[in-house]
Design a protein around this ligand. Structure first.
Ligand code: NAD
Length: 510
């Protein structure tokens, strides 16, 4: 960006910040459990001392709510307060273990539509011990779907399943957000991490959307990596990464790895961004082992607070806090989690660390680059999803059967013998591997059989998929016949083509 344009942008931002300074923003605040109240107190004191034009309305969520009988960990008043202010600063929450409580964090992210989880991780070498001095990564994790949809079922004595839901609107939102984030904060590269060599439909969709949307950002470098090798490389060569966009589970795992690589899980903050509401929190948990001892590092929550200030248009105050924090770290004033004889000058508690930051407000770090968040754009707007019309054709059905025996040829012959005038058994798989016809004796079989039925009409054209269309009455007649033959049908999945493209995977070995 040329100098003049940059200057104009800074002036425009400054003006908008001045406009914002005239009105106080109120945000909801949840102090959280364990170390939550201590680190929240430190964070709010620093924000107040820095002159942030923010008021906080407290809400009660978490352990106290769970134990009072609110099984979701959050009550009506808290939902209403978040809905009113649209912004929440949240301390970590303890989820009581072994009592079947659902995670409040996941509930909040999904209920409030917080689709993007943004986790910046930066090494502060040589002031905080790390093997990777140049690490500066932002992980943008999809926050609402994938295996975190939490839809699980036990289907047979042997088998449980968890549905991995990947949606086009979910992919479009998160991928667009990642590119817009890179553009707004001058980042050079976006890396997509997937496992589409195995999950061709789900992770394949994420990859495809990345390429479609990426084409609109030709100035940003982009690549796609398979998650297994990508996480190994992130752990050994983190400087090769800039912005990473990935789905929920992979993002959860790699963001903890990244935070630890940079020095401490206590340092990283995160933003959970939705269309109307945003929630800011540290990436770590409630650390009950050090709670109430004035030992916790408040940096993760403070960094989340810095992101919140940018979000509400207080980017200059955010820079003031971030620079004072960097200076404190640089001066070697460290909480126990990052203290080392080699890198620190003073070991301090949570309160004293906050005091040291307050004393440095207005100062900048000397050798670590200063924070210039006010030069980026705090607000990223994603267009509303527009669903395209597709032509959907029914081609068959996968019938899942609970059959507690292990002879694939026996179940295959029995299903072949079921009278089904319009349809035929195409194959049977067990745990995804084809076992009938022509299976291998070595393949281990559970009691969970996926039996694929398609039209018995032969297709002569070279069209893909090579199945004739069927209709719902034919499917229902088939299910009736299978049931009448004594089989235990546990579920069915219809086989469709969308705009002529097969919408289901082949069996391994099919
Ligand atoms: P944790 O992150 O609380 O603690 C892991 C380790 O890191 C502990 O040794 C802890 O002392 C240390 N640690 C964490 N934050 C620190 C900080 N700010 N300063 C210094 N050291 C810090 O993870 P856990 O022990 O697995 O979980 C404890 C509780 O937190 C559980 O109930 C879990 O469900 C919950 N949790 C909540 C959130 C959230 O609210 N977003 C996230 C993760 C875990």
């Amino acid at each position: 960006m040329d100098c003049q344009k940059k200057k104009a942008m800074i002036v425009a931002k400054k003006k908008s910040t001045e406009d914002n300074l005239q009105k106080t923003t109120t945000v909801a605040v949840a102090h959280g459990d364990g170390i939550g109240p201590e680190i929240m107190d430190a964070t709010l004191r620093i924000m107040k001392a820095a002159g942030a034009n923010v008021e906080f309305e407290p809400i009660s969520v978490g352990e106290a709510q769970y134990l009072s009988g609110e099984s979701s960990g959050i009550g009506k008043h808290a939902w209403e307060t978040i809905g009113k202010h649209k912004v929440l600063l949240k301390g970590p929450i303890t989820t009581p273990q072994g009592k079947g409580y659902k995670s409040l964090n996941v509930t909040m992210r999904k209920t409030l539509g917080l689709y993007a989880n943004v986790r910046p991780v930066q090494a502060l070498h040589p002031y905080v011990k790390t093997h990777f001095p140049n690490m500066d990564v932002v992980i943008i994790r999809e926050n609402e779907e994938d295996l975190y949809a939490g839809i699980e079922h036990q289907q047979t004595a042997d088998v449980v399943q968890c549905l991995k839901l990947i949606t086009r609107p979910g992919c479009e939102k998160i991928v667009r957000y990642a590119f817009e984030y890179a553009k707004a904060y001058g980042r050079k590269k976006v890396t997509c991490m997937v496992k589409d060599n195995i999950m061709k439909l789900t992770d394949g969709l994420f990859h495809r959307v990345f390429e479609e949307i990426g084409a609109e950002y030709p100035d940003i470098k982009q690549d796609t990596q398979i998650i297994d090798i990508a996480s190994a490389r992130l752990a050994t060569r983190p400087k090769d990464y800039d912005v990473i966009v990935t789905s929920n589970l992979y993002g959860d795992i790699i963001s903890d790895i990244a935070a630890e690589l940079a020095g401490s899980v206590g340092m990283a903050g995160s933003a959970n961004i939705g269309t109307n509401v945003a929630m800011f929190e540290a990436i770590h948990g409630s650390a009950p082992d050090i709670s109430g001892k004035n030992l916790a590092n408040p940096s993760g929550l403070l960094n989340a607070g810095v992101m919140m200030l940018v979000h509400i248009g207080e980017a200059e105050v955010a820079d003031k806090i971030k620079n004072a924090w960097l200076r404190t770290i640089e001066d070697g004033i460290h909480t126990p989690d990052i203290y080392s004889e080699e890198h620190s000058s003073e070991r301090v508690g949570t309160k004293e660390f906050a005091n040291a930051i307050i004393e440095r407000l207005g100062e900048r770090p000397i050798s670590i680059p200063s924070s210039f968040l006010s030069e980026g754009s705090g607000t990223i707007t994603i267009p509303t999803f527009k669903r395209k019309k597709v032509n959907k054709t029914l081609l068959g059905v996968d019938v899942f059967i609970d059959w507690p025996h292990d002879n694939a040829n026996e179940i295959g012959s029995m299903l072949d013998a079921v009278e089904k005038p319009e349809m035929k058994l195409k194959m049977i798989t067990n745990r995804g591997v084809k076992v009938y016809p022509n299976g291998h004796d070595e393949t281990f079989c559970t009691d969970h059989w996926r039996c694929r039925f398609v039209s018995n009409k032969t297709i002569t054209s070279s069209e893909n998929p090579k199945y004739a269309q069927v209709n719902m009455p034919q499917l229902l007649q088939l299910l009736d016949a299978i049931h009448a033959a004594g089989f235990d049908i546990i579920k069915t999945e219809n086989l469709y083509a969308f705009d002529g493209i097969r919408g289901f995977s082949l069996g391994q070995g099919e």
